[in-house]
Design a protein around this ligand. Structure first.
Ligand code: ATP
Ligand code: MG
Length: 441
C-alpha cells in the first residue's frame, strides 16, 4: 500500500487519555480510534493486525479439530433464563428490548446459544465429540473500561465449546485446547503461562487462565521460573493421542493468580518464584453438565440410555491480544511487531521522491515485493526523512528498506530490522533473494 493513499493517521503527540503504553501506541500508530467508552473503530492498519491474530487463532483451532461457526451478537433473554444466568450476570450484560417488547441481550459469551443448537441438532452418541468455535464481538458493560482495547466493552473473542459423552472425553477436549492455546500464543511471539484459576460466573471445576507477564497487567501472578523457559508443542503435535503427559509438563510447576496464591503453602524456593503482573489472554473451563442439564443437551447412548453432555468452554481475547502483544514488544520509538502479526512485513522508504532514480528504483522494488506477495507499506510521501523513519518505527514495521540517492550511487539499499535495530546494506542485484526470503515466511 502506498503511504500517500493509506488511511493511517499517526500522531506525534502522546494522547492524554491513555494510561498504558499499548493504548498510547495504538492511538499514535493510527490503529484504532475510540468511538465511545470501551468501544473502538479499527482503522486499516489495526484491522490488519486484528485479522492476523484471528487467523492464527483460527488455524490452531482447526488443527486441534474444532469447527468454525458464527453465532449472533444479539441473543434472546429466554435462553439465559433457561440456564439461570439472566439475572445472575448482572450489570455487565447489555439488555435490549425490541419493538415487540421481546427481551434480548448483546452476548457477553455464548454457552447458552451453542448448547441450544447442540441440544436441537445432535441426538446420538455417534455424532460426538464436537467442538465448535466462533470469532465474534462480545459486549460486557465493564464498570471501568480502560487500557484501550485491553479492557473494552465491545471486544473480539474467540470462544468455543466442547461436547463429549463422558468426563474422560471432556478432559481430553480440555487438554487439546490447553495445548492449542500454548501454540497459538507462541506463534504470536508470546510466552503465555497457564495458571490454575477460579471458574467464576462460568462455573465448573477445572480451569486455567493463560497469562502473559507485563508490568501493566491487571492481575498479580506467581509462578515457577521454569515455566518461562518451556516451549509450546511443535507442529508435529498429534491431538488424537493421550495428551495428559504434555499438559502435565506445564501443570506440574507452580503457577497461580493472586486469588489462588497462598504464600504459606507455596513450596517454590524464593529465588525460583517469579512474582509479577500479568495480562489474561485466554481462559479455559471444564464444567461438566452445568449448561447441558438445564438446556436439555442430551443424546441417546449406544444402549439407548439418555446421556447428558459433558461440556467445556474456551476463550481467547483476540482484540485484547493486540494490546497485549504491544505491551510485550515495544521500545521508546514505538511498536515492534513479531512478523507473524505485523500489519505489513516490509516498509519501503523513498528518501527523495523528487529524485528520478530513487523513485524509479522504489517503484520497481515495490512492484517486486507486491508480486512476491510480501505485504508492503511504501512511503512515497514528499516529506523529510526523519518523519518517515519515525513513522515506520512507530507503526512497528519488521523490515525497513531505505532507498536514497547516496546509496544508489553504489547501487545499495539500507535494510533495517525493527527488532534490535540492526542495519545492513543490500545491493540492488541481491534484493531479489532478500525478497524471496521474506515471501517464504
Ligand atoms: P477478565 O478477568 O480480564 O475480566 P474474564 O475472566 O471476564 O476476563 P473470560 O470470560 O474468560 O474473561 O473471557 C475470555 C477472554 O476474553 C479473556 O481471557 C480475555 O482475554 C478476553 N476478555 C474478557 N473481557 C474482556 C474485555 N472487557 N475486553 C477485552 N478482552 C476481554
Ligand atoms: Mg477470567
Amino acid at each position: 500500500m502506498r503511504r500517500t493513499r493509506l488511511f493511517l493517521p499517526t500522531l506525534k503527540e502522546t494522547p492524554a487519555e491513555a494510561q498504558v503504553v499499548s493504548h498510547r501506541l495504538m492511538l499514535r500508530a493510527g490503529l484504532v480510534r475510540q468511538s465511545a467508552a470501551g468501544i473502538y473503530t479499527w482503522l486499516p492498519t489495526g484491522l490488519r493486525v486484528l485479522r492476523k491474530i484471528a487467523q492464527i487463532v483460527r488455524e490452531e483451532q482447526d488443527r486441534a479439530g474444532a469447527q468454525e461457526v458464527l453465532m449472533p451478537t444479539i441473543q434472546p433473554a429466554e435462553l439465559w433464563r433457561g440456564s439461570g444466568r439472566f439475572e445472575d450476570y448482572g450489570k455487565e450484560m447489555l439488555r435490549i428490548t425490541d419493538r415487540h417488547d421481546r427481551e434480548l441481550l448483546y452476548g457477553p459469551t455464548a454457552e447458552e446459544v451453542i448448547t441450544d443448537i447442540v441440544a436441537n441438532e445432535i441426538t446420538s452418541y455417534r455424532d460426538l465429540p464436537k467442538n465448535l468455535y466462533n470469532i465474534q464481538w462480545k459486549f460486557r458493560d465493564e464498570v471501568r473500561p480502560r487500557f484501550g482495547v485491553m479492557r473494552g466493552r465491545e471486544f473480539l473473542m474467540k470462544d468455543n465449546y466442547s461436547f463429549d459423552l463422558d468426563k474422560a472425553g471432556a478432559v481430553h477436549s480440555y487438554n487439546k485446547m490447553f495445548l492449542a492455546y500454548l501454540r497459538t500464543y507462541a506463534r504470536m511471539g508470546l510466552q503465555a503461562i497457564p495458571m490454575a484459576a477460579d471458574t467464576g460466573p462460568i462455573g465448573g471445576d477445572l480451569s486455567h487462565e493463560f497469562i502473559i507477564l507485563a508490568e501493566t497487567g491487571e492481575s498479580s501472578v506467581f509462578c515457577d521460573k521454569a515455566l518461562l523457559a518451556l516451549d509450546a508443542p511443535g507442529d508435529d503435535i498429534d491431538y488424537d493421542v493421550n495428551l495428559q503427559d504434555l499438559v502435565d509438563q506445564w501443570t506440574h510447576y507452580y503457577a497461580a493468580t493472586d486469588e489462588r496464591h497462598d504464600q504459606a503453602n507455596c513450596d517454590v524456593a524464593n529465588d525460583q518464584l517469579v512474582t509479577a503482573r500479568g495480562i489474561e489472554v485466554g481462559h479455559i473451563f471444564y464444567f461438566g453438565t452445568k449448561y447441558s442439564e438445564p438446556l436439555g443437551a442430551t443424546v441417546q447412548g449406544s444402549g439407548g440410555q439418555k446421556i447428558t453432555l459433558e461440556m467445556g468452554s474456551y476463550g481467547i481475547g483476540v482484540s485484547r491480544l493486540v494490546g497485549a502483544i504491544i505491551e510485550a514488544s515495544h521500545d521508546d520509538n514505538g511498536i515492534i511487531w513479531p512478523e507473524s502479526v505485523a500489519p505489513w512485513t516490509v516498509g519501503l522508504i523513498n528518501l527523495k521522491v523528487s529524485d528520478a532514480d530513487c523513485t524509479a528504483t522504489c517503484e520497481r522494488i515495490y512492484a517486486e515485493l507486491k508480486a512476491a506477495g510480501v505485504a508492503t507499506i511504501y512511503d512515497d510521501r514528499d516529506e523529510r526523512a526523519g518523519g518517515k523513519f519515525a513513522d515506520m518505527d512507530l507503526v512497528g514495521i519488521p523490515w525497513q528498506l531505505t532507498v536514497g540517492p547516496r546509496g544508489l550511487k553504489d547501487r545499495k539499499i539500507e535494510v533495517k530490522k525493527r527488532a534490535g535495530g540492526e542495519k545492513s546494506e543490500v545491493t540492488i542485484d541481491a534484493l531479489g533473494d532478500w525478497i524471496a526470503a521474506r515471501a517464504a515466511l
